[in-house]
Design a protein. Structure first.
Lengths: 244, 244, 244, 244
């Protein structure tokens, strides 16, 4: 059983009538619904307004893969919570950062980079191309698929050179973007995925759901490895090996 | 002085009236003209119809950076010539592969990959985005520039994960492509650059010329290192270091 | 069922009494024995003296993962056979290259690199360190393990920057070596592993067997993707997405 | 003129008689001495006991390359100072982290990783091998060199996969370590270098000095690029390019 925790800011859905119409119970609920269809996955949702953002040590310890959606209130997440998430990733928790979560505290802290980019809200279409057809996160996705309306992101994207660029985005307005990229940090795997603006019903699209499901499986790591474990004094090599 | 050798197939320019009008003296001449403007660069041109493609051992030994354009006659380049180029790259010669040279014998032999891709001849425009603004090959290039008409290339591009993706291409027909990528092979540096179809006056465009000039400087390596040099029996570590 | 084909030169074992004593039925037989213990793995052995090295198109088509051991007769493998193996890797066959197979035709052709190195035959011990404890190939291996006697390999190793360095070797004579490295080429995965000199009973060591078993599973790719498949003319993006 | 700022904790040299004997004016002074020999380099030293560690905004703005030595008081560096350094690196300041600076606040924040490792204080010798002979940081260094006595570091080293492993360390006690590694973060270059324990006269060794001098030149980036610069709304692609 893969235990997924979805963190959602859950602000736009309460403040904007337009967004509320698309995601009446919040973006987290839309994601939880399709992830919940999987037999081997259990889903928990937490939001910004909960104590410690709902991400207490107990919850984080009980999470295999975290999914993060945030946009307008990144700075409302306490530093201690962001650091707790980062350490859990180091130990082996998978992490999926959606759309504007490129600017979330944990993603920036894990990449060590500014994570800045360009953007435009103009309801361009995005065509997502598969760059690595062999990658598990691209499983079941054809050569490309279209999202009718998105917020446009543009390069340069201020991230370290990713391990893999699984998807690249083409926007009708003229931009390209590294829309699906992976990183590894110590024992943990990260996937950043560009689509998911709150003003469009993107999380109801079949291909988006397939990709997030794939990413959960890819990021899932059943073993934990503490960052303090290897801090031990080493024995020297046995002397019988040094005789020559 | 950087010694550049330009290899051009020089077939389209003789067979097609349309191409001849654009490049009356061959694509190599158009490239040589703007590279020749640089004070510290000397340029030599060779073509497929010359003995050993003009790439005798003497010529290759006297080359710092090779620029390769080929399209319809990759298999006319003798294996021995391709292997001579590959070995020279290993030893430190820089190599720039333009457009359809993704399928040239030396590029495939140096990447170890199929180098296949998708394409469409439809005179789409291409917008080239700078992904690594800090890279020397992007020097003097704004955030992006447009090429009015190109042959479209599409992903997936069958290359190893590049060291750096300096440029990505956006095509008006809906594709993206890793249009400018770098690799290193032993002592030598490689740059592949997508634009350069023979039917369009691409090599007269200012930004294209800037990029190729930058790439020559980046790929130039004044030192040579033979692949046979390190094949020596090693002494063991001095015993005084092993006493503990 | 993972279908493994082991290619062994099988020359040292016939020419040298010392080697014959260690591997009376050949190195391939020693590897086949421990791989054959796995319930989901079937093993076939082929040798240099067989027609087409035993690697006919039928055999290669019927192979999920190839293991390659060669040393003194790399040039006896016909180019056509090496190219057949390379293409199969591109399409998705996994490949494990052992010890002196760094100089085999398929490994050099897949890396595009000279693959040269330094060496010394002095029965140093090698301590293999796990650099990526999270990597599937390192599963079940402690922080390090020792091989009592090996042929020493030394850096610089003339390979492209690997995707991952899973193991690094420490030699009692004073050298280090990137002893276990991975690459990807199109649809196929490669693992190079340094230990395995014919003069020592290395393939009987438990940790070596665990690593090769792990590597077989890691390199196994159930899907095939032809390098010719994507060569299709692309449709342009639907015009309704371009209206703004 | 490359403006180098050396930050040194400067505690061991005051607290330990043994260390004071080796570095009577501090490690920073030893480094400043050999860097100061370079005609195109100007050197400034700052220490932990200075206001804001000597790293005021003015000083950081006036620095091309920072060199960091810290060991026992990483947590005494204010978060704001560490963040100032990180932002300067993003904008283009080079950064060289020596020895135990793997655990410094700026290095951990820039890598996004735990940066943990194993160690042993036993005066092993270290043999530093050049893995990338072609890298500018290795210029003038032979295939390897020996340091008579060091503090041993051991793998696994909790860093992201480096861009390049320039040097690997072999220790007489049986360990290996990625002793010289590079990273890029946005506009800035990082070099981590393992040798430099306070109890040994390592910074007086010729090869160490050559490497640090090389690293300063390699990390030096004359252009600055703000992380806020690209945050502009993009124009859409000119409509004349979209007509087909």
């Amino acid at each position: 059983m893969i235990k997924v925790t979805i963190f959602n800011e859950f602000l736009h859905e309460k403040k904007s009538e337009k967004v509320k119409k698309i995601y009446p119970d919040g973006i987290h609920k839309a994601i939880a619904d399709f992830l919940g269809e999987e037999e081997d996955t259990s889903v928990r949702c937490v939001t910004l307004d909960m104590e410690e953002c709902g991400l207490t040590q107990e919850v984080v310890d009980d999470t295999d893969v975290i999914i993060w959606w945030g946009h307008m209130a990144h700075d409302k997440v306490p530093d201690a919570v962001a650091e707790r998430v980062r350490k859990a990733v180091w130990n082996g928790m998978g992490a999926i950062f959606l759309h504007s979560a490129h600017f979330s505290k944990p993603f920036r802290a894990l990449t060590g980079s500014p994570c800045n980019l360009c953007w435009r809200e103009s309801a361009d279409s995005e065509r997502i191309w598969v760059i690595e057809p062999n990658h598990p996160i691209a499983k079941g996705i054809d050569r490309f698929f279209d999202i009718p309306a998105v917020e446009t992101y543009g390069e340069p994207f201020g991230i370290p050179t990713p391990d893999r660029i699984v998807f690249m985005g083409w926007y009708s307005g003229g931009e390209v973007f590294r829309s699906g990229v992976t990183f590894e940090r110590y024992n943990g795997r990260l996937f950043y995925f560009q689509p998911g603006h709150e003003s469009f019903p993107i999380f109801y699209q079949k291909e988006i759901q397939t990709i997030i499901k794939n990413a959960v499986r890819w990021a899932y790591n059943p073993t934990r490895r503490s960052t303090s474990a290897p801090w031990v004094n080493l024995p020297t090599v046995p002397s019988e090996y040094l005789k020559r």
